[in-house]
Design a protein around this ligand. Structure first.
Ligand code: BG6
Length: 489
């Protein structure tokens, strides 16, 4: 990092900032990635005394950092960067001056400084904040804006929000955060595909039987009742994280690994994603909601108990999808995400086809098809199952064995903080791990009709026990195709 910057976080002492952004920035401080004079402005409607708030931030850091990371080692430098400003962004009051003054002063003293505005607030406020920033002359040609999900509730509202922000920032200054894209293994997926000779020739419907993308969580509502009950798993996970992963798995090799090229290829995947409508929505999707159950030997309440009222919001979704293009013709993509599932696990499974001819004779020489598992979390890694001869057997017996690349073991000091990576990309003005407005739009265009069909047909949510792998219908979705989910436990 060479040049100075100012980062302004609206919602600076909110949940996201305390849990993710400040720990990520602190880690960057420790790693020496922040420029010497970089400042961080935390905007909040109400603030206590500075010392009080700093203690609160440090407490959060202590909770969020992993063992081996010290919340005190670089605190003095970090603390100096923090500027706390208390004002209500919806009011045109004097409070804005606390932000305006230091930003404009530095502009006057050293010329235009890079500036990042992070909107960690409800999207309904994005327009107001951008208008204020613009009216006060705080947006310069190097300014960037970071938008957090959820970016809208459906295609229409997402377009409205994007249009409001677009009045003040050009598209190449808008960073739509999808923290899944900052995960180490997601970037390793690109390395796997495009830095090795052996995968890309097989990466198509001639050799691949099907693909699974599973994002399973153990957590429940985590107190986010109002937000989650409005959103549900489809809007919360599929529209963004899961479809972004799909794009990276399915896209054509970009000409160069640069933002414009990657985004162009991702868009083509979304354009080719076959829409699900009417009857197909019933046969190709499963909606579920967890009821009470046992997790790791402990009883956990059901969704409705956590929520405290009746609701038809889905906490689980499984979908069978297709991409209608040359490469993926005939290859089903199975998606699955849910809360309170048996294990926290995010993975992409590439299931190759069976060999068409078996040269080995006998029952002990059944050939299993190769499988590539790209594990995003926990235990980031890539595992390929191959057939090999059983050792110490005189006759030719075959067995499936894993070729395992465990990143934590292979690369010491792996830091898998996706916010840290993405914030540094924002500061570096690198858009390659951020979604373009058109991607978000096409993702909504695919998701909306499914939600509408569920609502129109009154598709009920199917109960699944907390601690299970989701409703029976999810397993049946694959069984009817003579396939099964890749479950680890
Ligand atoms: C967020 C969702 O985007 O991702 C949450 O809003 C979800 O509901 C979270 O729990 C999962 O992220 P991770 O990195 O913990 O898998």
């Amino acid at each position: 990092m060479t040049h100075d910057f100012d980062m302004v976080i609206f919602g600076g002492l909110g949940d996201l900032s305390l849990r993710k952004l400040l720990p990520a920035l602190y880690r960057s401080e420790v790693a020496g990635h922040l420029p010497r004079n970089g400042r961080i402005f935390l905007i909040s409607r109400a603030l206590g005394e500075r010392e009080e708030e700093l203690t609160r931030i440090q407490e959060w850091l202590t909770n969020q950092l992993k063992s081996g990371e010290s919340p005190t080692s670089h605190w003095p430098e970090f603390e100096q960067r923090l500027h706390l400003c208390a004002f209500d962004v919806t009011e045109d009051g004097e409070g804005w001056a606390d932000l305006e003054q230091p930003l404009l002063e530095v502009d006057a003293a050293e010329g235009k400084r890079d500036r990042v505005f992070y909107l960690a607030m409800p999207p309904s406020l994005y327009g107001t904040i951008c208008e204020q920033l613009s009216g006060r002359g705080l947006i310069n040609e190097t300014s960037r804006v970071v938008l957090e999900k959820p970016l809208g509730y459906d295609r229409t509202t997402a377009n409205e929000i994007n249009a409001q922000v677009a009045k003040y920032f050009p598209e190449n200054s808008i960073f739509r955060i999808d923290h899944y894209l900052g995960k180490e293994t997601v970037q390793n997926l690109l390395a796997l595909r495009f830095a090795n000779i052996m995968f890309e020739p097989l990466w198509n419907g001639n050799y691949i039987d099907h693909v699974q993308i599973s994002l399973s969580e153990e957590v429940g509502l985590e107190g986010r009742t109002a937000f989650y009950d409005q959103a549900g798993a489809m809007r919360d996970m599929i529209q963004n994280h899961l479809l972004q992963l799909l794009c990276l798995v399915a896209m054509e090799p970009p000409h160069k690994l640069q933002a414009d090229n990657i985004r162009t290829e991702k868009l083509k995947v979304l354009q080719a994603l076959r829409p699900l409508q009417g009857y197909e929505v019933q046969s190709h999707t499963v909606r579920g909601q967890y009821v009470d159950g046992m997790m790791h030997g402990k009883a956990v309440p059901g969704y409705l108990d956590e929520l405290g009222k009746d609701s038809q919001t889905e906490t689980f979704v499984a979908i069978k999808a297709h991409i209608d293009n040359w490469r993926w013709s005939g290859v089903p993509f199975y998606f699955r995400t849910g809360k309170r599932l048996r294990q926290r696990c995010a993975e992409i499974v590439i299931q190759f086809k069976s060999l068409t001819h078996n040269v080995f004779d006998g029952a002990s020489t059944q050939l299993s098809a190769n499988r590539l598992v790209i594990r995003l979390q926990p235990d980031e890694g890539i595992e390929m199952t191959v057939m090999a001869k059983e050792l110490n057997q005189l006759d030719m017996r075959l067995q499936e064995v894993p070729l395992n690349l465990n990143f934590a073991e292979t690369f010491q000091n792996i830091h898998s903080d996706s916010y840290q990576r993405l914030l540094l990309n924002v500061i570096d003005n690198d858009l390659s791990l951020f979604a373009h407005r058109d991607e978000a739009d096409l993702a909504w265009a695919w998701v909306d009709p499914i939600i509408n069909a569920w609502n129109k047909c009154g598709t009920p949510v199917q109960a699944y026990e907390a601690g299970s792998w989701g409703p029976d219908a999810s397993a049946a979705l694959l069984h009817s195709d003579k396939r099964a989910w890749h479950n680890n436990g």
